[in-house]
Design a protein around this ligand. Structure first.
Ligand code: F6P
Length: 545
């Protein structure tokens, strides 16, 4: 493990990679495949149900060896072991990082401050299962005795993106007689649109907030209570239409939710790592406890792989290291996540929080400013939609954009020949990105001279392709755990704390200061900079015009 005083960029392993980069930076994927025709058969990993092809990357087997050496030098394995052992690796918050405990098996033992947390995890899971079965069967009714048909999750960030992403991803496994909605934005139209066609008598709100103090969630929760009580009348109805998911029982009680209807989790679960905790309650109502547990088993299988596989065969580590190769050596700024599955429509947004909130850091674990690039900008949309929008820039723009393509061999619903068409596109894009089309090839097609340059594809754009048989709860669990551990690997190499998020605090605090200033009746000038002051004055004028 690197001595904290030794910066990763000063290690021989980093320098070796730098020299190697200079030697191979201009190699084209066309050349790499010509020199090593079996790349596609050798540069892949198969873990659980995920097949990972990394042959279309601008690297050689030597690159992988050097990246593996870097990870070893950075102490990725030791930090991983410390995480699994319940050590407080979230150094700024002095907390353990144990989302892996959420999918532990009943006989596992994971100690935090000498206490095995696994039994508590299963107590909550069992409580969730009982509750979800009651809602799904109709045994849990609303205040007027009607069956619950609508579930509205109120949360934001990790208390929204995970359940939202997974409920969409697993829609085909869900109870189709029920409606699931997600309200996150403090923009009142989010709440309005989510509830405008719902009957309060048949609606259950899940207020999901780790802290139970988040402005957006608490505002939406109060609006939800007013909305429900406007029809149901009696305060006693709250107990039948509101449950909470939180670590903060005192605030839950203060809000008026009976803590018997609260599902807990722990400070060692970060928000963006929490949808497999009670934060996934809405998902569990949707797909049922058995499918939820199957998803947890998928997470667990990937955890076990991450925990035990050597770096060179460790899928999350290799995925993370390839990201480092582009981020820190090629200078790529972004990563496109391109799922060829409409069910994974929210996956890019989910990964955005996972990666950018975790690794968007500029000080190291000892508090020194880092002098190397950290987390990439993550973005994307499901294919094939993006192909008709922004892929142009990936193919022919001036920027290097590594892409992760994700697809499935079998559709959840067979509709004509759509799956083959979808998959043909999933395979064609990485091929086109890697190999492009040369001037000679374009000319040979008889393209008019004035178009030739514009129709050349330089290629050499790197991609990973992840393929599984089918999008099931188990496979979704594997996929999410893969990216969680990928993020972990990168944070470990960069020596940053991937588990705090102080960067979200300042804006929150300033917003609190501005709230009363927006509605001030006097002409007093707010004490901000001239730009913010002018905007506040304009808003004041416009809001009452
Ligand atoms: O503001 C960022 C953040 O703290 C995220 O890390 C978190 O997922 C989200 O807000 C929601 O927090 P909570 O679950 O406490 O409402």
């Amino acid at each position: 493990m690197t001595d904290p005083a030794t910066r990763i960029v000063d290690t021989p392993e980093w320098r070796a990679l730098k020299a190697h980069f200079e030697a191979i930076r201009d190699l084209h994927l066309r050349m790499l495949f010509a020199e090593q025709p079996n790349r596609g058969e050798t540069m892949n990993l198969e873990v659980c149900d995920l097949y990972f092809d990394y042959s279309k990357n601008r690297l050689t087997p030597e690159t992988i060896d050097l990246l593996v050496a870097l990870a070893r030098r950075a102490g990725v394995e030791q930090l991983r072991d410390a995480m699994f052992a319940g050590e407080k690796i979230n150094v700024t918050e002095q907390r353990a990082v144990l989302h892996v405990a959420l999918r532990s098996e009943t006989n596992d033992e994971i100690l935090v401050d000498g206490v095995n947390v696994v039994p508590e995890v299963h107590v909550v899971l069992n409580k969730m299962s009982v509750f979800c079965n009651r809602v799904r069967s109709g045994a849990w009714t609303g205040y007027t005795g009607k069956r619950i048909r609508n579930v509205v999750n109120v949360g934001i960030g990790g208390s929204d993106l995970g359940p939202r992403m997974a409920t969409t991803a697993l829609a085909d496994f869900s109870d189709r007689s029920m409606t699931f909605r997600f309200v996150s934005n403090v923009d009142g139209t989010d709440f309005f649109e989510a509830t405008r066609d719902l009957d309060p008598e048949e609606t259950l709100f899940i207020i999901a907030s780790k802290t139970f103090t988040t402005l957006e969630t608490m505002t939406n929760a109060r609006t939800a209570r007013d909305w429900a009580l406007a029809k149901l009348g009696d305060e006693a109805a709250v107990a039948k239409h509101f449950v909470a998911v939180s670590t903060n029982a005192a605030e839950v009680a203060k809000f008026g939710i009976d803590t018997a209807n609260m599902f807990g989790f722990w400070d060692w679960v970060g928000g963006r790592y929490s949808y497999d905790s009670a934060i996934g309650l809405s998902l569990m109502v949707a797909i049922g406890p058995d499918a939820f547990r199957d998803m947890l088993a998928g997470f667990h299988a990937m955890d076990e792989h991450f925990k035990t596989a050597p770096i060179e065969a460790n899928l999350p580590m290799i995925l993370g290291l390839i990201g480092i190769w582009y981020n820190n050596f090629f200078g790529a700024e972004t990563l496109a996540v391109l799922p060829y599955s409409q069910y994974l429509a929210h996956l890019p947004a989910y990964f955005q929080q996972l990666e950018m909130e975790s690794n968007g850091k500029s000080v190291d674990r000892e508090g020194n400013r880092v002098e190397w690039q950290t987390g990439a900008i993550v973005w994307g949309q499901p294919g094939t939609n993006g192909q008709h929008a922004y892929y142009q820039l990936i193919h022919q723009g001036t920027k290097l954009i590594p892409c992760d393509f994700i697809g499935f061999a079998q559709p959840n619903e067979v509709v004509g020949d759509h799956q083959d068409l979808l998959t043909a596109n999933l395979l064609a894009q990485p091929e086109a990105l890697a190999f492009g089309k040369t001037r000679e090839e374009v000319e040979a097609e008889g393209v008019p001279a004035h178009q030739v340059a514009a129709r050349v594809f330089e290629g050499n754009h790197p991609t990973n392709t992840i393929m599984a048989t089918k999008l099931t709860p188990n496979v979704l669990g594997q996929l999410i755990a893969l990216y969680e551990h990928k993020v972990f690997t990168q944070g470990a190499v960069w020596n940053i704390n991937s588990f705090d998020q102080w960067g979200v605090e300042l804006g929150k605090k300033l917003a609190q200061n501005i709230v009363p200033e927006l509605s001030a009746v006097d002409e007093s000038l707010p004490a901000h900079d001239s730009s913010t002051n002018t905007l506040i004055r304009r808003y004041r004028r416009l809001r009452s015009s």
